[in-house]
Design a binder for this molecule. Structure first.
Ligand code: ADE
Length: 232
């Protein structure tokens, strides 16, 4: 999979070199290219924004640099582009959407700042490429960069060879096979500050442990996210 990121803050993406995503790059599972939108401006101040038509607060990202950026990225590689635009007005990002995106050959993250990107760029993308507008949740970030990092991590860890033990993808919260929150985990020591590890986990009885974990997961989900049980 190839990932391109277009942003006015390329430095935000330094953490992609770390941890599992960094290892996925080293192993050749993904290629990542981060691009500065200002490279596609032509004025002395490298202007990427302007005042909104119709008035109102804030600035809007101009369409011309985005158009040139998309043309250049399209010409750089044959693989079909799925444009991912992080925005609070997007489709809620879920594990199911992470699996959908993990099946794509090439994701291009278009990170907006200010009040967002001129709508004509979005319409152009919808016509010419696959477009997914994605929201991390019902809160407002200063721009798409943090959301693009979160989506990248959630997607890349689903690619074959990235997570050491693929079994761990099956049991975790929000996986399609297991729509419950994860059960609580414990490790040594058996007593810490007077708090004991639940007795059942020492029993060595795998079926009973599995039953206890399922009960814990179900109870947690009922208490914290009853909406997930309704969906399941
Ligand atoms: N950009 C600003 N806020 C956002 C959010 N909640 N999700 C995705 N992108 C955003």
């Amino acid at each position: 999979m190839r990932l391109d990121v277009v942003t006015i803050f390329p430095d935000y993406f330094a953490p992609l070199q770390l941890s599992l995503v960094g290892k996925a790059i080293d192993k050749g599972i993904i290629e990542v290219a981060v691009h500065d939108l200002r490279d596609w401006t032509h004025d002395r101040h490298n202007t990427v924004d302007d005042t909104p038509y119709g008035g109102g607060a804030g600035m809007v990202m101009k369409p011309e640099p985005w158009g040139e950026a998309l043309d250049a990225l399209e010409a750089a590689d044959d693989r079909p582009m799925t444009i991912v635009v992080p925005t609070p007005a997007g489709r809620p990002f879920t594990q199911a959407l992470a699996y959908e995106l993990a099946a794509r050959q090439r994701l291009v993250f278009a990170c907006g700042r200010y009040e967002g990107i001129d709508q004509r760029v979005i319409d152009h993308c919808a016509e010419r490429y696959e477009l997914v507008e994605v929201s991390l949740g019902d809160y407002v970030l200063n721009g798409g960069e943090v959301a693009a990092l979160a989506v990248t991590e959630a997607v890349v860890r689903l690619l074959p060879g990235v997570v050491g033990n693929p079994e761990s993808l099956v049991e975790e919260s929000h996986s399609p096979e297991h729509p419950l929150l994860e059960y609580p985990n414990y490790t040594k020591p058996p007593v810490w500050r007077g708090r004991e590890v639940p007795e059942i986990l020492f029993s060595g009885h795998h079926a009973n442990v599995a039953k206890w974990r399922l009960e814990q997961a179900t109870e947690r989900t009922r208490a914290r996210r009853p909406d997930l049980l309704d969906e399941a």
